[in-house]
Design a protein around this ligand. Structure first.
Ligand SMILES: NC(=O)c1ccc[n+]([C@@H]2O[C@H](COP(=O)([O-])OP(=O)(O)OC[C@H]3O[C@@H](n4cnc5c(N)ncnc54)[C@H](OP(=O)(O)O)[C@@H]3O)[C@@H](O)[C@H]2O)c1
Ligand SMILES: [Zn+2]
Ligand SMILES: [Zn+2]
Length: 370
């Protein structure tokens, strides 16, 4: 089968001839790849900063954002049949018996850091024609989400981040958890930093939770990302035109910030204006750089005096995948054009080199396999 992989020892990206996999246990499912999304992680693996092939292999197949179709199900599989659409998760548990998160299916919180990840770390990814996966690592997708479900995996980051934020905000015991049935974010203000796929999907999630949403990103208006923001009912503010203080003056108390820029300077500048009892969710995974000045004492004072919480979010639980599928359907219902517009290109496998190593363009690019 054709696959796209990196060969770290040769620092090369290659179209590889990958052997067709077969089911080897009753709980496994064979899946035909339909679409694979490309993200910053794939592009970074193509700079050979990280990305480790499975033991004994020279290459690592890329791809961790995937939509597929079941072609064959093992005899003990109960939840899937041929023809069903599925989205696989990425992280697989570490082998250590003492790692409770991994033993309880929450390898997104692995304590040993010896987990593996499909398409990233010691397991082949989905950028190939067919793959085999355990039933436990697949989430069902309704047929009407065929054009959107490739974005489920990047949306799970917001799902996990928000789920944690709500755990923290249970401390605000007087707050109505679902004001008038309008969502837990009703009456609250959220700022999303960055208008890439992670930021725009996060903004959509916050909107359906009832928040008033501002997107604070670099490029001034007019631009395509700002048009999507307007279409979903979020206010787009350019960091080139408005300072963090100016942003805070527009918003009022900032109850939640969802960071999706992956850039330390703006992330910590905006942290200064997080509001009283606010939660700051970090998604960014920037490469190591030289130290930068930050208002450390201001941040410390604020975090303490304003009861603030800072949370990281990476990978996700099966519940977060199910929630992402549920929410994509809600995005489709509310903003069919805007959510479709997040996928700015569907390409054949022949475009892999340009997509992975060329100039980044568009919002979410996808490789189509059929
Ligand atoms: N936690 C996880 O599991 C996970 C998974 C995937 C990705 N990520 C991380 O999430 C972050 C966002 O990913 P993405 O794919 O959405 O990124 P992206 O496509 O590069 O988008 C980044 C956005 O941030 C804006 N931006 C960049 N620098 C800025 C600055 N200094 N001030 C204001 N805005 C700035 C960009 O503005 P322009 O539109 O003007 O370029 C763009 O809209 C990355 O750090 C990535 O590593 C995390
Ligand atoms: Zn990704
Ligand atoms: Zn573990």
């Amino acid at each position: 089968m054709k696959g796209v992989g990196v060969v770290p020892k040769q620092r090369a990206l290659a179209l590889v001839d990958h052997p067709e996999p077969s089911i080897t246990s009753d709980h496994q499912i064979k899946v035909r790849t339909l679409e694979v999304g490309i993200c910053g992680t794939d592009r970074e693996i193509c700079t050979f900063a990280y990305g480790r092939p499975p033991a004994g292999d020279e290459y690592l197949l890329l791809g961790h954002e995937c939509l597929g179709e079941v072609v064959e199900a093992g005899s003990s599989v109960t939840g899937f049949k041929p023809g069903d659409l599925v989205v696989p998760s990425v992280r697989r548990p570490c082998p250590h018996p003492e790692c409770r998160p991994c033993r309880e299916g929450r390898q997104d919180f692995c304590c040993t850091w010896e987990f593996t990840e499909r398409g990233i770390n010691q397991r082949h990814g989905f950028m190939t024609e067919l793959f085999v996966e355990e039933e436990a690592f697949l989430t069902p997708v309704p047929a009407h989400l065929r054009t959107l479900a490739v974005m489920a995996e990047p949306l799970t980051i917001a799902e996990k981040g928000l789920a944690q934020a709500w755990q923290v905000q249970k401390r605000l015991s007087w707050a109505d958890p679902n004001l008038n049935g309008l969502g837990r974010g009703q009456g609250r203000n959220a700022v999303v930093l960055g208008a890439g796929p992670i930021g725009l999907l996060g903004a959509m999630k916050l909107l359906i939770e009832g928040f008033r949403v501002f997107i604070y990103s670099r490029s001034p208006k007019p631009n395509f990302k700002a048009e999507i923001a307007a279409a979903i009912g979020a206010e787009y503010v350019s960091s080139k035109e408005v300072t963090p203080e100016g942003l805070a003056a527009m918003v009022g108390n900032i109850d939640l910030i969802y960071e999706a820029v992956g850039e330390g300077q703006v992330t910590f500048d905006v942290m200064r204006v997080l509001g009283i009892n606010g939660v700051y969710i970090f998604t960014g995974i920037p490469p190591e750089k030289d130290p930068i000045p930050v208002f450390a004492d201001t941040l410390m004072r604020n975090i303490t005096l304003k009861n603030q919480a800072v949370i990281g979010t990476v990978n996700a639980s099966p519940e977060a995948f199910a929630e992402a599928i549920h929410d994509l359907a809600e995005f489709q219902r509310r903003w069919p054009s805007a959510v479709n517009a997040l996928i700015t290109g569907r390409h054949s496998i022949d475009a892999h080199r340009e997509l992975l190593m060329g100039r980044a363009s568009g919002i979410k690019n996808v490789i189509r396999f059929n």
